[in-house]
Design a protein around this ligand. Structure first.
Ligand SMILES: [Zn+2]
Length: 292
């Protein structure tokens, strides 16, 4: 894509299409069809958009995994949410899907720098609203773990080991290796998928060489916020670049990009008091004794 076209693509939306935030809501916004119009106007035939429906436990639509491909710029995946109010409003499936997909389109566009000026600190009006709702007792929990790959499913089937109320391991998180060992998790693979160190006695590590913070649910500022974030923030050398701005590398426990080290998920399980059943070493097993 040439410079001129790219400039047109990510140009700030004109004030005339920016709608003020509805009362009690956060941030001005641009309706999703204006985003689509931008793509149609500037790069007709040079983009592709598709989505997969995400359903909740009760089979209702809770989101959509959206994919936007722009020729010469690449591919982004984002999960579009359904507004919490909509879930409570008893609207039709197709309306729910429309909400999720239109949110997803905006998120995908943002990743390419379109409408970026409307996002404050990486939080959308939808996210802000969702996190407000989260504190209300009857709010529907947003799908913070929406997309499950086969790998994640197999992981789930391994996890319901022995749950303890509060294991001694969960009290001390300063040495992740000890936390893992105390909960009987394997500490064989301590690396990122690319082979860089992901965890050691001192903490969790970003491929850029900086410490990674684990962000428990209770400390998240938004429902869809990452579970792990590189502490180098804007200086992180492996973070995504959006419109020339660099963001800290972030990871989610349920991760359809398969970037999150398995060992981190084990670490979080251990912190939450999950203890794996121990298998005795073959040498320790006496005749007639069960290996567990
Ligand atoms: Zn980093």
């Amino acid at each position: 894509m040439d410079k001129d076209k790219h400039k047109k693509l990510i140009k700030d939306f004109p004030k005339s299409v920016v709608k003020p935030a509805p009362k009690g809501k956060f941030g001005d916004y641009v309706p999703h069809h204006i985003y689509t119009q931008r793509l149609v106007d500037v790069i007709p035939g040079e983009y592709n958009f598709f989505y997969e429906v995400i359903r909740g436990k009760d089979n209702s639509i809770v989101g959509a995994k959206c994919t936007l491909i722009i020729e010469g710029l690449g591919t982004v995946d984002e999960v579009g949410d359904v507004d919490m109010n909509a879930l409570n409003r008893n609207i039709t499936e197709s309306e729910l899907l429309k909400l999720a997909v239109s949110d997803g389109i905006k998120r995908c566009c943002m990743r390419f720098g379109i409408g970026l000026e409307l996002w404050t600190g990486g939080i959308t009006e939808e996210e802000h609203y969702a996190s407000e709702k989260k504190t209300q007792p009857n709010a529907v929990k947003p799908p913070s773990v929406p997309v499950k790959s086969d790998a994640d499913k197999s992981q789930d089937s391994l996890s319901p080991a022995v749950k303890t109320k509060a294991s001694s391991a969960s009290q001390d998180s300063s040495n992740p290796i000890k936390v893992l060992q105390d909960a009987n998790f394997s500490t064989k693979d301590l690396n990122h998928p690319n082979g860089k160190k992901a965890i050691d006695e001192d903490g969790l590590w970003c491929p850029c060489g900086t410490k990674v913070n684990y962000i428990p649910e209770s400390q998240k500022t938004s429902a869809k916020g990452p579970d792990f974030r590189c502490s180098a923030m804007g200086q992180c050398e492996v973070g995504d670049v959006v419109d020339g701005k660099r963001f800290a590398k972030s990871w989610w426990i349920v991760d359809y990009k398969k970037e999150t080290p398995k060992i981190w998920s084990y670490y979080v399980q251990a912190l939450n008091g999950v203890v794996m059943p121990t298998a005795k070493g073959m040498d320790d097993i006496k005749e007639g004794e069960a290996p567990f």
